[in-house]
Ligand binder design. Structure first.
Ligand code: KG4
Ligand code: ZN
Length: 472
């Protein structure tokens, strides 16, 4: 029974994100009632308005003259999309125009909760999103001088992330889309981190290499075209942002702006060569990452120096502060060296596949770090590439990247028709907490990781490929 229901779920998923032919079952935003009420739920029609018609797609697969690497036609420049992001600890919304103009950007962070719990506690984060979502979206619309009626579409993160948190954003997006009969675009959070670089740098064409570094992910991705990604490397345990956050917590730093900025600042006072941490995965000649071992090294160094995290850095003695700064600087040097080494190799791998490669995009929260940027800039210069790094406010989680990714897919005809205006409150949404972005490059496979992939959704790339095959 279990495998049967899994099969039917994956069959539904494989039709996601595609030009809505109204005869097809609902796409991305498939809604089901909870299983406890309806063990075999009938699908609900997802169109609320008989007058709504899908706009014609304008991407390469729809026969327009846009090249593989190019931006979509200027015809879509007057699109206006609301983007909603609630996958982790920031409640964010923004309105962006098809020509890349940001009409508004609002972020409400859960800084106080982070300090209180030392990390993201899903139930608390859900409650904080639920409280913030209405005012954040209302502010994004009013700062853009628009009402929901003026929107072309609503884009929302559907994964990866915490289910409880994703659900808050998806419910809000669907209620607006249902009420105003707007199409809806489900967005992959990590794809959005990468694609926002195309908003910032308008001539950034596919293919490009992307290093995506955040609290939960460390990805090296070759972006071949919109939706087509090859995963060259990922983390086999923790992401770099998690290592920054734990190091900051153990050093007693102020976590109100998350651990990363606190470490970056303290590291400026320290000697980066003073504590000898070893670089992770030296013997593995691939592009994968590991930060769990470095975290352990940091914890041991902190214990051996008897640093007490209960004493905030602001009250530390001069010697204590200097010890903490040395650890922060030494940690940062090695954490970033690991990125540098993996990026060098990934550039070589990517050049074999795409000799015309010109850019390395670096995005995600950790990419707002100036030391990270300057070290990676040296890597790309050695390899004769160009670094594209969005401004800090677009590297950390934000609604702009979701709206922009929505625009990119909407132009290609990848969206869902408006949901029902009176969708039930207990509806179950198609959320994807564990959702790979691309297919693994054969050289980058790791056995340890394969064992952990059982409960994952098919990757965004495989879903899009399957849909393309069905269309042709
Ligand atoms: O992309 P993001 O905002 O949220 C996730 O998708 O996880 O990334 C958050 C991560 C946190 O771990 C935070 O400590 C880190 O990005 N971060 C930084 C900096 N600013 C944020 N890490 C290092 N240096 C920074 N300046
Ligand atoms: Zn993120």
């Amino acid at each position: 029974m279990v495998s049967l229901s899994l099969l039917s779920l994956s069959a539904t998923l494989s039709r996601l994100h595609f030009v809505p032919k109204l005869s097809l079952p609902p796409a991305l935003g498939s809604v089901r009632r909870p299983a406890r009420c309806h063990p075999r739920p009938a699908r609900l029609s997802s169109s609320s308005s008989s007058s709504w018609r899908p706009p014609p797609p304008s991407g390469p697969n729809s026969g327009s003259s846009v090249s593989r690497g190019g931006r979509a036609s200027a015809a879509g420049d007057d699109l206006v999309v609301l983007g909603i992001e609630t996958s982790c600890d920031d409640t964010a919304a923004a309105v962006v125009r098809g020509d890349g103009k940001i009409l508004s950007q609002v972020v409400s962070s859960q800084a106080d909760l982070l300090v209180l719990y030392g990390g993201v506690a899903p139930k608390m984060a859900e409650a904080a999103h639920a409280e913030a979502i209405d005012p954040v979206v209302a502010k994004a619309l009013s700062e853009a001088n628009l009402t929901a009626r003026d929107l072309s579409a609503v884009a929302v993160t559907i994964g990866p992330g915490l289910s409880l948190c994703l659900r808050v954003g998806v419910r809000k997006a669907r209620s607006i889309a249902g009420l105003f009969s707007k199409p809806i675009v489900g967005v992959h959070h990590m794809e959005a981190h990468a694609l926002v670089a195309r908003l910032v740098q308008q001539d950034l064409q596919f293919p490009f290499l992307a290093l995506l570094i955040s609290g939960g992910h460390n990805l090296l991705i070759l972006a071949q075209s919109l939706g087509q990604y090859v995963q060259l490397g990922t983390t086999i345990d923790d992401a770099i942002g998690e290592a920054y956050d734990k190091t900051a917590k153990w050093l007693g730093l102020d976590m109100r702006r998350s651990g990363g900025p606190a470490i970056e600042q303290l590291a400026l006072e320290g000697d980066a060569e003073s504590v000898k941490f070893s670089t992770p995965m030296k013997q593995h000649k691939d592009c994968n990452f590991s930060y769990a071992g470095l975290k352990t090294q940091v914890r041991l160094a902190i214990e051996s120096r008897k640093i007490n995290a209960q004493i905030p850095i602001s009250s530390a003695t001069t010697q204590d502060r200097s010890d903490r700064a040395d650890i922060a600087a030494s940690f940062q040097r090695v954490a970033v060296l690991h990125l540098e080494e993996r990026c060098e190799r990934a550039i070589d791998w990517a050049m074999e596949m795409e000799p015309s490669l010109k850019y390395l995009v670096v995005s995600g929260g950790v990419a707002s770090n100036k030391y990270v940027r300057s070290r990676l800039d040296q890597v790309v210069k050695r390899k004769s590439l160009e670094l594209v790094c969005p401004p800090a406010s677009l590297c950390t989680d934000n609604g702009v990247m979701i709206a922009w990714t929505g625009i990119e897919h909407f132009r290609m005809g990848r969206f869902d028709p408006p949901p029902l205006a009176d969708e039930p409150d207990d509806a179950m949404y198609d959320l994807r907490p564990r959702w790979p972005l691309g297919e693994e490059h054969v050289k980058g496979r790791s056995e340890a990781r394969s064992l952990r992939t059982a409960r994952m959704h098919p990757s965004l790339t495989s879903i899009i490929q399957e849909s393309l095959q069905k269309q042709s």
